[in-house]
Design a protein around this ligand. Sequence first.
Ligand SMILES: Cc1cc2nc3c(=O)[nH]c(=O)nc-3n(C[C@H](O)[C@H](O)[C@H](O)COP(=O)(O)OP(=O)(O)OC[C@H]3O[C@@H](n4cnc5c(N)ncnc54)[C@H](O)[C@@H]3O)c2cc1C
Length: 470
Amino acid sequence: MLDDVMHKKFIGLLGEQGFLTEADKMQPYLQEWRDLYQGRALAVARPNSTEMVAQTILLAKEYGLKIIPQGGNTGLVGGQVAESEQEHLILSLERMTKIREIDPISNIMIVDAGVILQNIQQAADKVDRFFPLSLASEGSCQIGGNLSTNAGGVNVLSYGNTRDLCLGLEVVLADGSIWDGLRCLKKDNTGYDLKHLFIGAEGTLGIITAAVLKLVAKPRRYETFFCALPSPDAALTLLNQCKEKFGASLTSFELISALGHELSIKHAGAKRMMTTSAPWFVLGELSLGTEAGDEADILSHLLEEALSDHFILDAVLAQSEQQRKEIWHLRESLSAAQKPEGGSIKNDISIPIALIPKFIEQAAVIVDSVVADARPVIFGHMGDGNLHYNISQPVAMDKQDYLLTWDSMTSAIDVLVIEMNGSISAEHGIGKMKKEKMRAIKSDVELELMQKIKQAIDPDHLFNPGKLLP
Ligand SMILES: Cc1cc2nc3c(=O)[nH]c(=O)nc-3n(C[C@H](O)[C@H](O)[C@H](O)COP(=O)(O)OP(=O)(O)OC[C@H]3O[C@@H](n4cnc5c(N)ncnc54)[C@H](O)[C@@H]3O)c2cc1C
């Protein structure tokens, strides 16, 4: 419980703007994007400096509180959700929004953890550089959250996950000490690379307060295409042809099922790119470093041949930046476009790329055996072997009844994923949602090692209790 003395101490440290206890002010931090969890917290702390984060941690410790780190609150596995009105203090990084340094010569940017991803992209653009991390939530997720979830997105194919885009970190630890690991070096083999412990740790080991990010050369041109295809096998053939021809210039290759395509048009105002109806669509993009070149011709030729060989059914090559945006809007609206269709059970999986067609075929049978007439809305980063295998409720079914089948549905899909040597969480993490499943997917040795790391770094389980570790 928050007593007067405690309240005064937090206000004294963080100011009125930095410590929220009123229900209406706390509500945005308690509401989760998918409406799967309703958060509960004692208060929300909003420090505006690393030192203030450290002081907040010490004060929380003094009163036996637990810290729930929160960035943009767009996480999809409940990692950012607080669960106790008695002892959970949400620590929001949203007031830590400084871009500390930007150096286009060294190709680095040093940022506070609370900077919104889109602002980082724009700051890079201003100095004629590119920060490649891109996700549909980029207008609200923060770099601290991206690092803590090791976010993926639509450019992983060529540029890697968030982990691959980070050179150094600043982290506040459970004893209030500050680890300054803001190194800007590409090469630094001086023992354990500690930043990798905190990246993807989902806020269970420390609070990321700043990061050194890698910038890359800004693409001068994009060639964006949208194709209709008869099958996932055909998409795989197209993917490999594109990879052979364009190598690392192929930065995105996204698969979209017919139902996802229709829902984006119906509910998110996406534009229909072609009249051809097809069971599958692909959005692909080349990012090119020169103003001019013959890639568009090579791509047109490749697509024409694919058309005459019948492994694609139709294709559109974006003719303007506006058309490129329309194509991307269709893809980026897919998550939101499922909401009006009622309950949706989500699987964020990855498998070896060659097995994707087989997975899709076998998963359809599984889905139907768990809930007849449930509707898979499949899309995702096919180039990374990562599918968002989401399943919308049958049209006539009650939403809550459908959502009660979440565990049986996801568990049945997980069995197939594990059989195929895949991952049950390709990008979104473990959080609250999947922590019990960890026992089935990790060996005892691996689980024990993870527990030992947690124990060594956060012995009092101050950070994000009940998340990630089973
Ligand atoms: C429409 C939509 C599309 C999405 N698309 C993708 C996608 O393509 N790829 C993908 O990977 N994800 C995607 N996501 C998921 C989500 O956006 C990412 O997980 C994102 O990285 C979370 O960032 P956030 O700032 O919102 O973090 P939050 O949701 O606030 O937190 C996420 C986790 O990180 C921890 N955390 C947050 N900040 C810190 C910090 N500074 N220090 C320590 N721990 C911290 C939290 O405790 C929590 O465990 C999508 C989400 C939405 C809503």
